[in-house]
Design a protein around this ligand. Structure first.
Ligand SMILES: Cc1cc2nc3c(=O)[nH]c(=O)nc-3n(C[C@H](O)[C@H](O)[C@H](O)COP(=O)(O)OP(=O)(O)OC[C@H]3O[C@@H](n4cnc5c(N)ncnc54)[C@H](O)[C@@H]3O)c2cc1C
Length: 474
């Protein structure tokens, strides 16, 4: 067992835009900060990039790289550390339980990091929908295709179809086309004018949208609103997809077959809230029905000493994530200053945060809400499924087993899970939780996971049998 000797003023979980900005603004105000991320490099989903050379086309990357350099001089960076749980010590401090694999062949090792305050900046993950054939090799999530490209320089395929909903499909298609893939089409299930319907969106995103439109035009990539991929076909791997024209509610009007070797698909993102839920933080529904961590104006959750920033408080893009991170770092530093001065009454209110940052964050939040409303997931997708379509890939649960569970009296997603086992496999419902909730006629519930990342029994046993991290390394 490795123990860190220090009790940090602030422990940040997540090294994306929100976590880095939060850690840096707190460290610049004198807090002793540790930042933990499971990745080998800082960057998170948006700033994911190979070590050298940095990906040139990512806007904001230069500034992010400057932030990470400044942070590495001021804070402890624990990369390659996967957090599986956070617990509260009797004195009020928080212990973050991680595992890391040192690379000396000794296997997974537990690590505990203790802090007085915690900032949750754990981002989001892809939200795919099931459809016949989505388990074929060659079918990827849109985020997966982009991660391969940004992180490893790997182009997912030669003849690629991009499908789903939301503006995220555009950078994925543009990136793949620029890297040499033949992108056969971008199939947006909603109307293509989602952005333009909201004047605030149109203004704020006009430049970005135009640059993607230009890039798609340059590579002759057709953008087809109100179309979707209904099924993937192939033997050992993907050979073709069925593309459908849809009405407003995503009912099928007509279909055609398109030969391809790769499909990148995504229907938005699911915020990663599980560590916050584990600690007892309140959640609220975002505009798309996703449960997100509820925070106040200072990015505080309802649990004392715990802040949250970025996608766990609602999906809104890297700029909003960075801003929320900065505000959370400032608020945590303020809290530490007041604690040092013994000003417990003033702590409730805290010093005012920079008005200009607060106003910008609030504007961006309104923008994020409008974006979610412009690209909803409509119930029509449920009609694309067949009885044998796998809904849960880990446990190989087809739609028919979910329906049998419902016939047996399962009325909600939880009882469907108990009877038919969707969500009981490796991903613990991260992928199938959303569609199962929709098929049960519910909004997705906040994830309750006592262990949020897979951990070996040996590492778990070592962690649980260890003394609390109050002394030196054992
Ligand atoms: C697959 C994907 C691709 C995206 N691509 C784009 C894009 O091209 N353009 C865009 O504007 N937006 C994109 N987004 C949205 C994007 O997530 C945000 O705009 C931005 O990255 C949010 O920053 P963040 O700091 O909140 O989260 P992230 O950047 O996601 O950072 C979260 C970090 O937390 C770490 N983490 C999470 N859980 C744990 C744990 N238990 N233990 C240790 N570390 C943990 C992760 O490794 C990650 O580094 C993408 C989102 C996803 C899911």
């Amino acid at each position: 067992m490795t123990y860190d000797l220090m009790t940090y003023d602030l422990v940040v979980i997540g090294g994306g835009a929100a976590g880095v900005a939060g850690a840096l603004s707190a460290a610049q105000r004198g807090l002793r900060v540790a930042l933990i991320d499971s990745g080998a490099r800082l960057g998170g989903q948006y700033f994911r990039h190979p070590a050298v050379p940095p990906h040139p086309a990512t806007s904001g990357l230069d500034r992010f790289v400057r932030q990470t350099r400044a942070l590495s001089e001021r804070a402890e960076l624990l990369l390659g550390h996967q957090v599986w749980s956070v617990s509260r010590e009797p004195g009020g401090d928080l212990t973050v339980h991680c595992v890391t694999t040192p690379g000396d062949g000794s296997g997974e090792r537990p690590v505990e990091v203790r802090g007085r305050r915690l900032l949750l900046a754990t981002g989001a993950h892809d939200r795919p929908l099931p459809f016949p054939g989505w388990d074929l090799p060659g079918v990827l999530t849109a985020g997966g295709a982009q991660a391969l490209l940004k992180g490893n320089g790997v182009v997912a395929g030669q003849r690629v179809v991009v499908a789903g909903t939301g503006p995220f499909l555009l950078p994925v298609a543009a990136g793949l086309a620029a890297a040499g893939a033949r992108v056969l089409g971008v199939h947006e299930a909603n109307g293509g004018l989602g952005l333009a319907r909201h004047p605030v969106l149109a203004l704020a995103k006009a430049g970005e949208a135009a640059s993607y439109a230009l890039s798609l035009a340059r590579h002759r990539v057709p953008y087809r609103p109100r179309t979707a991929v209904l099924a993937a076909h192939g033997g050992d791997r993907l050979e073709a997809v069925t593309v459908a024209r849809l009405d407003r509610d995503w009912n099928v009007l007509s279909t055609r077959r398109v030969a391809c070797d790769t499909l990148a698909t995504g229907y938005g993102f699911t915020p990663q809230t599980d560590l916050g839920v584990q600690l007892g933080c309140d959640t609220r529904r975002d505009a798309d029905g996703s449960p997100v961590l509820a925070v106040d104006d200072r990015q505080r959750t309802g649990v004392p000493g715990v802040w949250a920033a970025g996608e766990p408080t609602g999906v809104g893009g890297w700029r909003l994530a960075e801003l929320e991170g900065r505000l959370a770092g400032l608020a945590a530093a303020d809290d530490a200053g007041l604690a040092a001065a013994g000003e417990s009454a003033a702590r409730e209110a805290g010093a005012a945060l920079p008005e200009v940052l607060v106003r910008r964050r609030d504007r961006m939040r309104a923008f994020a809400r409008a974006l979610l409303e412009a690209y909803p997931v409509k119930d029509g997708w449920q009609g694309w499924l067949r009885d044998d379509t796998l809904v849960c890939r880990c446990e190989e649960v087809p739609l028919s087993r979910l329906r049998e569970a419902q016939d047996l009296g399962a009325t909600d997603a939880r009882s469907i899970k108990l009877l038919a086992r969707p969500g009981m496999g490796w991903c613990q419902g991260r992928i199938c939780g959303y569609p199962v909730a929709c098929l049960a006629g519910e909004e997705p519930a906040p994830p309750r996971r006592p262990v949020v990342q897979p951990i070996t029994l040996a590492a778990l046993a070592e962690d649980l049998s260890a003394e609390p991290p109050t002394g030196g390394p054992s």
